[in-house]
Design a protein around this ligand. Structure first.
Ligand SMILES: Cc1cc2nc3c(=O)[nH]c(=O)nc-3n(C[C@H](O)[C@H](O)[C@H](O)COP(=O)(O)OP(=O)(O)OC[C@H]3O[C@@H](n4cnc5c(N)ncnc54)[C@H](O)[C@@H]3O)c2cc1C
Length: 377
């Protein structure tokens, strides 16, 4: 069996690792020119089944390295005002182990150099009369397989062709995300697992990404043939601006640098907060609307399927990567179970949809800023 995967994000690469381990032929096609091509470096929390799925898809010898590059947090969260005066406490939440997405992608790329092809943007696919699928890329090249997996994220080209009626909705909330290298002054802003700065019509979420050991050095010690980038511990910050307020981030700040946008929005906030943003990594900052899709009806199984955000674009709730890894393991296992490809894919899609619907409702209920959408679900 030959599997063509579109998208070398977290889910697509995890699937490729799983399939390679199961002895199934897999080729991955990624739109970006390379792993460094754009903003990739935010913090993700992985736990429970998602982390276990990732662990099982990786070759056993890389699992100790995975454990070494995760960070842990503990302690209550805080809500403070823009002057850093405490307004309340948030009970400690279990976000699992924390990982840096950019570091994880490097780990997931290991051993796949001959299977991952960068600079390949899918235009469309064709299902051929012999039952195979052909992917057609913007550069005129093609790739064929017995199954094509769309792991191409929220804006998925594969999903738009397979399920054109699925609507991507705007939450009405816009966000700016960024990161700043940790120092003592900034670490003090987040004494527990999280700090929420509650401003007028805007909220700034702060969270630490604490590496116990530099990922680069951990790789050198535990698996010297694996390259992981040098990354210091950092503070991840996300500014959210809700719908219906006086600030329209998309209209007023379109095309502007994320750091300058946040500095403008917090011009009269505490100097430590302003300094945190001012020192943000400009290569790792982005502004954008927050989108999602509601769970949708099952579709007729074909030789084309979906995985991760392309299958279930979730509102932010911290579980999209967990779900993408669980999908990857589910698909690896079902493809290895029987030779009836359509039956495998139907089983996979059923399980994937059930898991995604549960996570969707959890995610919608999680963030108070999305209350207007929760009413509507
Ligand atoms: C700020 C932020 C914080 C998050 N925190 C968490 C968290 O704490 N825990 C958690 O579980 N999840 C978290 N998530 C969600 C998580 O990052 C995503 O759910 C996860 O990355 C989805 O993986 P994926 O492989 O489906 O898609 P992606 O990782 O988005 O990968 C899709 C890939 O497809 C490529 N692609 C797109 N179109 C094409 C095309 N036409 N042709 C070829 N390639 C294409 C893209 O370039 C990309 O590399 C967070 C997300 C954000 C933005």
């Amino acid at each position: 069996m030959r599997v063509v995967v579109i998208g070398a994000g977290l889910g697509g690469l995890c699937l490729a690792q799983g399939l390679r381990g199961a002895g199934i032929e897999v080729q991955v096609y990624e739109r970006d020119a390379g792993v460094q091509a754009r903003f990739q470096g935010y913090r993700i929390g992985l736990g429970g089944p998602g982390l276990e799925a990732l662990r099982r898809c990786l070759p056993p010898r890389l699992r100790p390295l995975l454990d070494a590059i995760g960070g842990e947090l503990s302690g209550e969260g805080r809500v403070v005002d823009p002057g850093l005066r405490e307004l309340g406490r948030i009970p400690e939440a279990d976000e699992g182990l924390l990982f840096d997405r950019h570091v994880l992608r490097h780990l997931l790329l290991h051993g796949l150099a001959d299977r991952v092809h960068f600079g390949k943007s899918l235009n469309r696919y064709r299902e051929l009369s012999d039952g195979t699928v052909r992917a057609e890329f913007a550069d005129g090249s093609t790739a064929s397989g017995d199954v094509l997996v769309g792991a191409d994220g929220m804006g998925s080209t594969v999903r738009r062709q397979l399920l054109p009626s699925v609507e991507i909705l705007d939450t009405g909330v816009s966000g700016v995300i960024g990161r700043t290298t940790m120092n003592e002054r900034f670490a003090a802003l987040v004494p527990g697992w999280s700090t929420l700065v509650q401003g007028e019509h805007r909220q700034l979420f702060l969270g630490k990404m604490p590496f116990h050991r530099s990922p680069h050095l951990a790789a050198a010690e535990l698996a010297p043939d694996v390259f992981l980038p040098e990354t210091a511990s950092y503070l991840r910050w996300v500014m959210l601006v809700p719908a219906g307020g006086p600030i329209d981030l998309q209209r007023e700040y379109a095309g502007q640098d994320g750091i300058e946008v946040v500095l403008d929005l917090i011009h009269d906030w505490h100097p430590d907060l302003r300094e945190l943003i001012r020192q943000g990594d400009r290569r790792n900052s982005g502004v954008g609307p927050i989108r999602y899709a509601k769970p949708y009806a099952p579709w007729q199984t074909r030789a084309v399927t979906l995985l991760g955000d392309s299958a279930h674009p979730l509102p932010p709730g911290g579980l999209g990567a967990n779900l993408a890894f669980a999908d990857a393991e589910r698909l690896t296992t079902t493809l290895g179970e029987t030779t009836d490809l359509r039956a495998c894919l139907a089983t996979y899609e059923d399980r994937m949809r059930t898991a995604a619907a549960t996570v969707y409702h959890e995610a919608m209920a999680k963030l108070p800023i999305f209350e207007h959408l929760v009413q509507d679900r």
